[in-house]
Design a protein around this ligand. Structure first.
Ligand code: OGA
Ligand code: MN
Length: 293
């Protein structure tokens, strides 16, 4: 296994490692550390079926099963399909608008996510260039770069994260097939509080854990002050110096840290430029500090 840092920004490539093999403890620890240190790991030229992807991702924690989601691999509800494709009858083959806006997966949930693992089977192309990048911002760096007075002011504070915020942004887009959340759906996804700064379990360093997709308010601040502070944090974290855009190649397995990055799916491709990706969501269910030591 060879880990090569990207030239600029966060992220690294992991070469010379076939993810179909069982992941032995030393390699697991190397990858866990790399995930914390680089934020995004690309394993190029992989060829995994849904079961192999689940086996690899599942080494890092419990895989989240999205009960409401119809788009999953046969017999493996923990492997979701992201796609803009349809079958001959016009039935969608996957979730077509996942992640189109800056967010952190599962920040709206009491139990947070460690990582996502996506495996590209088809990548939309135009004029020889891949479309549908997934972009990342480095929240270790964003925390470190905050003014000291903001670090002090927000230390120990929590923000409220609400699933409905991102849902409604997506729903109000032209062409969205999403309806408003029902009261029953809202009751299953009540807003939750998350610390604004967390100590990353692998690196032991603080990260800014806040994102425009789900964070709606800072607890304990007046509404106007909370709005202004969130607007500041969103502007701050969105600076180009923290950015890494992943240009997909079919066969890529992309694993990202959901504690120390926020991400965005770029929707720059059309319905006849097919994209098909297998996806696993790894919950932060293990003691990563001990496992990375
Ligand atoms: C996700 C997501 C990004 C993409 O899977 O959580 O945001 O580029 N996807 O598909
Ligand atoms: Mn996402």
């Amino acid at each position: 296994m060879r880990i090569i840092a990207n030239n600029s920004g966060p992220g690294a490539r992991v070469e010379e490692f076939d993810l179909r093999q069982p992941l032995e403890a030393p390699d697991f620890r190397t990858l866990l550390r790399a995930l914390g240190n680089f934020g995004v790991l690309c394993f190029p030229r992989q060829d995994l079926d849904a079961a192999k992807l689940a086996a690899f991702a599942g080494r890092f924690g419990t895989l989240e099963v999205n009960v409401a989601n119809m788009f999953h691999a046969e017999g493996l509800p923990e492997i979701m399909h992201l796609s803009n494709m349809r079958d001959a009858a016009g039935t969608p083959l996957g979730l077509s608008d996942a992640g189109q806006g800056w967010h952190t997966d599962m920040s709206y949930s009491h139990d947070i996510a460690l990582a996502n693992v996506l495996h590209a089977k088809l990548v939309p192309m135009r004029d020889g260039q891949p479309l549908g990048d997934t972009q990342f911002l480095d929240m270790h760096a964003a925390y470190e770069d905050l003014p000291d007075e903001v670090k002090q002011r927000l230390e120990g504070r929590v923000a409220v994260h609400d699933f409905e915020k991102f849902w409604d942004v997506m729903r109000l887009r032209p062409g969205s097939s999403r309806g408003p959340l029902t009261e029953a759906q809202k009751a299953r996804k009540p807003p939750v509080q998350q610390p604004i700064f967390r100590v990353h379990p692998v690196t032991g360093r603080r990260v800014l854990y806040c994102n425009p997709g789900y964070a709606i308010r800072i607890a304990g601040l007046e509404p106007a002050e909370s709005d202004a502070m969130l607007a500041f944090l969103f502007r701050h974290q969105m600076q180009a110096k923290f950015l890494h855009s992943h240009h997909w190649t079919p066969g890529d397995v992309l694993m990202w840290d959901n504690i120390a990055t926020i991400h965005n799916a770029v929707a720059d491709y059309g319905p006849d430029e097919p994209r098909f990706i297998l996806r696993a969501q790894v919950m932060a269910s293990l003691d990563y500090g001990a496992l990375a030591a």
